[in-house]
Design a protein around this ligand. Structure first.
Ligand SMILES: *[C@@H]1O[C@H](CO)[C@@H](O)[C@H](O)[C@H]1NC(C)=O
Ligand SMILES: *[C@@H]1O[C@H](CO)[C@@H](O)[C@H](O)[C@H]1NC(C)=O
Ligand SMILES: *[C@@H]1O[C@H](CO)[C@@H](O)[C@H](O)[C@H]1NC(C)=O
Ligand SMILES: *[C@@H]1O[C@H](CO)[C@@H](O)[C@H](O)[C@H]1NC(C)=O
Ligand SMILES: *[C@@H]1O[C@H](CO)[C@@H](O)[C@H](O)[C@H]1NC(C)=O
Length: 391
């Protein structure tokens, strides 16, 4: 019986938290049945964000790709493909229409949408970093998923999606998953102490302590991270009551994350001089005037991304520091409209997007360190994830 089932059992029946080591075995088939029902219940509530795990064949290269790397591999030396604005994968016309009563009228969904494969599907396809943006759900008592003013599911709670990740990790114990969390602004919901207390409690619940790497302030080895989630804390706990002191993962404080910058040097551990080098140039109109055209916008983004990636590959520069590169960009309200999907995949066959252009660029540098690359619509270009990993 896995820890997850036991945790679910305790969760479902409000028993006292079961400490991991002293956990009793479930005794009867009926208890096991109830634990499975509880997991199914959470999985269905998580589905609008997590999707469904349709499984993956062990013969598929991306399924358990980390198994081939030794335990001693440092996470900062690895190539980790991720999805930017992960939770938007099902934000279609139909989903937006169904949520109209919460959000009121919004710009078309393709303005917000950055993905088309679910979290569980993308895990099977090799994605190992997720960008989750959270804020209050309608009613304010739980935390859910948003992209700007687009609410993505009114009923899914952050902890529901975590259960989905824990369950996937139980089935893929060689794999390590990084989760970036930030408060999503523009949601119209308050960013207040209560919100951070909710998040703190979710991240420190007994089940979370078993599935999140408990080390604070530094990224360790793959061996330490296997079967677990590692937190990229893209928020500050400054509003949190001062007696809640536990910290896990690495702090990427938004105050030091320069907005819309091509080069960000964010020191996340002063004592150990550990720095995250980040490219997060998402509003291309900061460099080019409106009317420049989709091809010019994509070219400007490609230059910023490849300049950053070149530094990530350089063994003489910062070999032991973290590199994070966003291959994604925000929509541009131009004529024609440029959506995140256009940035990622172009406009059909004539104009190539970031994903088509990065595929040969990455393949030509196979074996080099790229670090974390956050993609939009990664699945549209077969082989992109393998190229980003270096498989
Ligand atoms: C995706 O959105 C459609 C339309 O809103 C909805 O019917 C479907 O249930 C959603 N998928 C999941 C897995 O929630
Ligand atoms: C709940 O959220 C609404 C908007 O989403 C906001 O106006 C209201 O102030 C919030 N209430 C509390 C108690 O946080
Ligand atoms: C966690 O690590 C950060 C970064 O090194 C450090 O600033 C902070 O004091 C640490 N917090 C705790 C509770 O150890
Ligand atoms: C690459 O590294 C060089 C040397 O440190 C630095 O001057 C340059 O700004 C870096 N470029 C990017 C895009 O990070
Ligand atoms: C796609 O972009 C190319 C190059 O900018 C342009 O020539 C072509 O007309 C565009 N196609 C569509 C369908 O917008």
């Amino acid at each position: 019986m896995s820890f997850l089932k036991l945790a679910l059992f305790s969760f479902a029946f409000s028993l006292a938290a079961l400490p991991g080591l002293a956990a009793p075995q479930l005794r009867t088939p009926s208890q096991s049945f109830l634990a499975q029902q509880a997991l199914d219940d959470i999985a269905s509530r998580a589905a609008p964000i997590a999707g469904f795990d349709t499984g993956c064949s062990k013969t598929v290269k991306t399924c358990d790709w980390m198994a081939q790397f030794p335990d001693s591999t440092k996470l900062v030396h690895m190539n980790l493909p991720g999805t930017h604005d992960t939770s938007t994968w099902n934000y279609t016309d139909a989903t937006q229409a169904a949520l109209l009563r919460y959000t009121g009228p919004l710009p078309p969904p393709e303005v917000f949408r950055c993905q088309e494969h679910s979290i569980l599907q993308s895990l099977n396809e090799g994605i190992r970093v997720f960008d989750l943006r959270v804020a209050y759900n309608p009613g304010n008592d739980t935390l859910g998923f948003h992209h700007s003013d687009a609410l993505l599911s009114p009923t899914t709670r952050v902890e529901d999606v975590f259960f989905g990740l824990y369950n996937w990790l139980d089935n893929h114990p060689t794999e390590a998953v990084l989760v970036s969390i930030n408060h999503e602004s523009g949601t119209g919901t308050p960013e207040d102490p209560k919100m951070y207390e909710l998040l703190y409690n979710i991240l420190n619940a007994p089940v979370a302590q078993n599935y999140w790497v408990q080390v604070n302030g530094t990224l360790g080895t793959l061996g330490e991270a296997r079967g677990k989630l590692t937190l990229l804390q893209r928020f500050s706990y400054s509003l949190l009551p001062s007696d809640l002191t536990k910290r896990i993962g690495i702090p990427l404080d938004p105050q030091h994350w320069t907005d819309n910058a091509k080069i960000i040097e964010l020191v996340y551990n002063v004592e150990k001089n550990q720095i995250a080098f980040i490219e997060d140039f998402y509003d291309i109109t900061a460099s080019l005037p409106l009317g420049s055209g989709t091809a010019a916008y994509i070219e400007a983004k490609f230059e910023a991304v490849t300049a950053h990636l070149v530094n990530a590959t350089r063994t003489d520069l910062n070999p032991d520091q973290l590199y994070i590169t966003f291959a994604s960009a925000a929509f541009i309200d131009d004529n024609p409209l440029v959506t995140p999907e256009n940035f990622a995949t172009g406009n059909g066959t004539a104009l190539q997007g970031m994903d088509q252009r990065l595929l040969p660029w990455l393949q030509a540098r196979k074996g080099q360190r790229f670090g974390i690359i956050m993609f939009d619509f990664y699945d549209a270009i077969p082989g992109l994830v393998e190229a980003a990993i270096g498989l």
